[in-house]
Design a protein. Sequence first.
Length: 170
Amino acid sequence: MQLVGHSLGGWLAAQVALHHAQAIRAVTVLDPPATFADLRPRFVVAGLVAVLAPSRRVRRGLLGWIAGSTVAGPLGELGLTALETFRGTLPPPRRPDPSRLTDLTMPASVVVAGRSTVHTPKKVARAARSAGWRVEVWSGVGHDLAGAPPEQLADTVSATLSAAESGGGA
């Protein structure tokens, strides 16, 4: 099985790969929070305010800042609805021990949004490279990766899967 996840789904994909490595052929994570670097404090504050804000207009503005793009159209509405209905549990996601990320033997890739508001992109890229993960930094996009062409994502996922099929490791 190949895992692909974005944002919190990327964190979850990395966790599954760490805890069930024997079942995973490859893993690709897209701008995952709390995986290779700590969250930016201003992201945490913005996220809390966005969840607690009584106004949809305020939530839309904060979600746009977090995403790094304008929150509009069907995807924007989906994001707002998710923000309004999502109920996380405590404790929040914790970073895995960096040595565990190094221990993965399957092909592992991370896409870092160069304009991410979630974490410091350079720290994420440096930590992921140190752990032996394949790293792509997409400089022109924010956390939502909306500015990236779909073909770019498909190529990244395909490259990781190809490495798994050829027997390559992380």
